[in-house]
Write a protein that binds this ligand. Structure first.
Ligand code: CA
Length: 225
């Protein structure tokens, strides 16, 4: 597994690099957002650790541009108490974020979760497509389309939609969804599922005038045919 670190604080970058190497990952690091974006777009990485506060091209901008072409897992590093950073990071398509200072064990745990959910390049299984009306999800190729449009989803938006489509007509609780989408050891905001549902509705329901994901009050969510 190949991990890209984009962090201008060299001490932190070096520390994370050493820990990742120790864990057996391959690592490349850069202090520049611009270079980080180019490297990530090159497609040879399985995951990116991206600092928000970077000179020139900041982390949010790097992520926004990357998401036009790539759904690789991205874990953002934000400054302490920078609530805006977290919200903007999720908006821009981050899969997870950590607030500095962070424990290296927590970063390692989140990396494992993010990588586990990502289909490995070697074992892309041939799975059938999941559908809802004109919406089609090609699970193996991780492509979602509505009629002829391609819908760009972040890693977790895709996972959430996949689970709902796989369990059509079954109401899934927020806890169940949280565990399946974020991993059982997830330790972030508990309303994160509501946030992702909102993103999915904005990208799909609102855009195409359909009502796909239904809220079941006090329970969770369901997609009904
Ligand atoms: Ca920084």
């Amino acid at each position: 597994m190949n991990i890209l670190i984009v962090e201008d604080e060299e001490k932190i970058a070096r520390f994370v690099e050493l820990e990742l190497l120790h864990e057996g990952y391959q690592v490349q690091k850069t202090t520049s957002g611009r270079e980080g974006l180019l490297l990530a777009e090159g497609g040879n990485f399985d995951l990116m650790i991206l600092d928000v506060m970077l000179p020139e091209l900041n982390g949010l901008e790097v992520l926004r541009r990357l998401r036009k072409t790539s759904q690789m897992p991205v874990i953002m590093l934000t400054a302490r108490d920078a609530v805006m950073d977290k919200v903007s990071g999720l908006d821009a398509g981050a899969d997870d974020y950590l607030t500095k200072p962070f424990a290296i064990e927590e970063l390692l745990a989140r990396i494992r979760v993010a990588l586990k959910k990502r289909p490995s390049r070697e074992e892309v299984k041939e799975e059938g497509a999941l559908t809802f009306g004109a919406l089609r999800m090609d699970v193996a190729r991780r492509i979602v389309t509505y009629e002829k449009d391609t819908i760009e989803l972040t890693f977790r938006e895709f996972e959430l939609l996949k689970i709902l489509l796989e369990n059509k007509n079954i109401v899934l609780s927020r806890d169940t969804l949280l565990e399946k989408v974020c991993g059982y050891d997830y330790v972030g905001e508990t309303n994160v599922i509501d946030v992702y549902v909102r993103y999915l509705r904005t990208k799909i329901d609102d855009l195409y005038g359909i009502k796909m994901i239904q809220t079941v009050r006090c329970v969770g969510y369901v997609i009904r045919e």
